[in-house]
Design a protein around this ligand. Structure first.
Ligand code: PEP
Ligand code: MG
Length: 325
C-alpha cells in the first residue's frame, strides 16, 4: 500500500472526469514541511502557528517569530502556504501564560477573541508574517471567527500593520490574502456576507462538527453520537461550498474529515475542490480521487440527501457507491 501511494506522488490529483482537486497538508512545526516533497502535496493548507508557541519555553519574540516564518517560506518555496494566526486557549495552553479558570474552555477566551481583545499579541505576529513574506504571496487566516465583524476588525489590524511597514520602508508581500476559518456554526447564517468579505474560506470541520452537534471533540464517550456523513452535517458542508462558489470565494476543508477517503469523496460531491490533511492521508485520498467520477458522486449525493430522512447517515450509501465505482 505505502509503495503504491508513493508511486502516486507526482500524479496530479484529477478525477476520471477531469476535475482537479487540490490536496494540501496540515502542518505546525518546521519538521512537518519535509512531508511536502515526500507526499507531492500542492502546498500547506493549514499551518497551525500555535504549535511553535506551545513547544517554546517563553513567548517567542517578534524577531524569533519572523525567523520561524522565514524558515516556513524557505521550506515551502513556490508552493502556497496558508498561515493561521494563533489559535490558543481552549485545549491549547501556553506554559508561560497564566492558565485561565474557565468553565467551558472550548467556548471561552481563545483564538481570535484573544487576538482582538489583546491586539498587541496579534500585531506582533502579523508584523512578523508580513515581514517574513516580503516579496512573496502571503495567505493568513483567522481561527474561531463567529461574526463578520470580528473578521472586519482583524482585517483592519492587518491593514494597520501593512501601513506601518510601508511607512518604514519595509517591502511588503507581493499579494496578501485574508481568510476565515469556518468552524463556529454562527457563520453558517452569515455565509454570504463572510464569503464576500473574505478572500478565502477554510472549513475547520473538527470544531464545526463539535459545535454543530454539541459534542466535545475530545470526549470519546460522546464522539459516536453523530456522523460527519449524516444529513445535517452534509447540509452544512453543502451550504458552505455552494455559497462560497456563488460569491467566487475559494473554500477549502482543513479539518480531519478531508483526510478520510470516503468523507473526502462526499466533500468533492458537495462541490469542494481543495482539501488539506495530514501527510499520511494524501496517498489514500489521491488514490480515491484518481478513481472518482466527480459528476457521478455529485448526482448521487444530491439524490441521497433529497431522499434521506433528517439525521440519517449517508455512510452506508456512500460506501456502497464507492465500492461499486
Ligand atoms: C478544525 O477545527 O477543524 C481545525 C482544522 O483546527 P484545529 O483542529 O486546529 O482546531
Ligand atoms: Mg479549530
Amino acid at each position: 500500500r505505502q509503495e503504491q501511494y508513493r508511486a502516486l506522488r507526482d500524479r496530479p490529483a484529477v478525477t476520471q472526469d477531469g476535475v482537479a482537486i487540490g490536496l494540501q497538508l496540515n502542518a505546525g512545526l518546521l519538521i512537518d514541511l519535509t512531508h511536502l516533497a515526500e507526499t507531492g502535496a500542492d502546498g500547506i493548507g493549514l499551518f497551525r502557528t500555535e504549535l511553535q508557541f506551545m513547544v517554546a519555553q517563553r513567548m517567542p519574540s517578534a524577531a524569533e517569530q519572523q525567523t520561524l516564518y522565514e524558515a516556513v517560506f524557505a521550506a515551502t518555496g513556490d508552493l502556497p502556504v496558508t498561515i493561521r494566526t494563533l489559535d490558543i486557549g481552549g485545549d491549547k495552553i501556553l506554559p508561560y501564560m497564566p492558565a485561565l479558570e474557565e468553565e467551558n474552555p472550548a467556548l471561552g477566551w481563545r483564538a481570535i477573541r484573544i487576538g482582538l481583545d489583546r491586539p498587541a499579541l496579534l500585531r506582533v505576529q502579523l508584523r512578523a508574517l508580513l515581514r517574513a513574506a516580503a516579496g512573496r504571496p502571503l495567505k493568513i487566516m483567522f481561527p474561531m471567527v463567529a461574526t463578520v465583524d470580528e473578521f472586519t476588525r482583524a482585517k483592519a489590524i492587518v491593514e494597520r500593520e501593512k501601513a506601518h511597514l510601508r511607512r518604514h520602508g519595509h517591502p511588503l508581500p507581493s499579494d496578501c490574502r485574508l481568510g476565515v476559518m469556518v468552524e463556529v456554526p454562527s457563520l453558517l447564517f452569515q455565509i454570504d456576507e463572510i464569503a464576500r468579505a473574505a478572500d478565502f474560506l477554510s472549513v475547520g470541520s473538527n470544531d464545526l462538527m463539535q459545535f454543530l452537534f454539541a459534542v466535545d471533540r475530545e470526549n470519546r464517550r460522546v464522539a459516536g453520537r453523530f456522523d460527519t456523513l449524516s444529513v445535517p452535517a452534509l447540509r452544512a458542508f453543502r451550504l458552505i461550498a455552494e455559497r462560497a462558489a456563488a460569491a467566487g470565494c475559494p473554500a477549502t476543508v482543513c479539518g480531519e474529515i478531508g483526510g478520510k477517503p470516503l468523507e473526502a469523496m462526499a466533500l468533492i460531491g458537495l462541490g469542494f475542490r481543495h482539501l488539506s490533511m495530514s501527510p499520511a492521508a494524501i496517498g489514500p485520498v489521491k488514490a480515491m480521487v484518481l478513481g472518482l467520477d466527480a459528476s457521478a458522486v455529485a448526482a448521487f449525493i444530491e439524490t441521497e440527501m433529497a431522499r434521506a430522512g433528517d439525521g440519517e447517515s449517508l455512510r452506508p450509501a456512500l460506501s456502497a457507491f464507492a465500492k461499486a465505482h
